[in-house]
Design a binder for this molecule. Structure first.
Ligand SMILES: [Zn+2]
Length: 115
């Protein structure tokens, strides 16, 4: 197995891990909120509101799907930290720019491959 030289210092990686864990907590909280069925109330008799609620329901579902995708990325990034391959681009195998990781710690691709 080839040893991958990693530009990120242990300290930077720990910082990213913390960021990711915070994000994970936030996303899990949001998903839990959206999962609650009581969110939409029980007023089945309101005819006009019905469509609004359906629309809102659709929005919530979309939002929840987004959160879940993000959460999967965050979990994946945490796993890569554990494996010691964090910060490596999945496409070209090069290091992801620290600036990219700074703004998007769960990023799997370097700046070039994202384009
Ligand atoms: Zn790349």
């Amino acid at each position: 197995m080839a040893i991958v030289f990693c530009m990120l210092s242990q300290e930077q990686i720990e910082k990213m891990r913390k960021k990711l864990e915070e994000e994970k907590e936030y996303l899990e909280g949001e998903i839990n909120k959206l999962d609650k069925p009581t969110f939409f109330g029980n007023d089945v008799d309101a005819g006009d509101e019905r469509t609004d609620e359906d629309q809102e329901y659709q929005n919530q579902m979309g939002l929840e799907a987004d959160f879940k995708t993000q959460l999967a990325d965050v979990n994946d990034a945490l796993e890569r930290i554990d494996k010691g391959i964090y910060g490596i681009c999945e496409k070209c195998g090069k290091e992801i720019e620290p600036e990219v990781l700074e703004t998007e710690p769960e990023s799997r691709l370097c700046e070039k491959c994202k384009k």
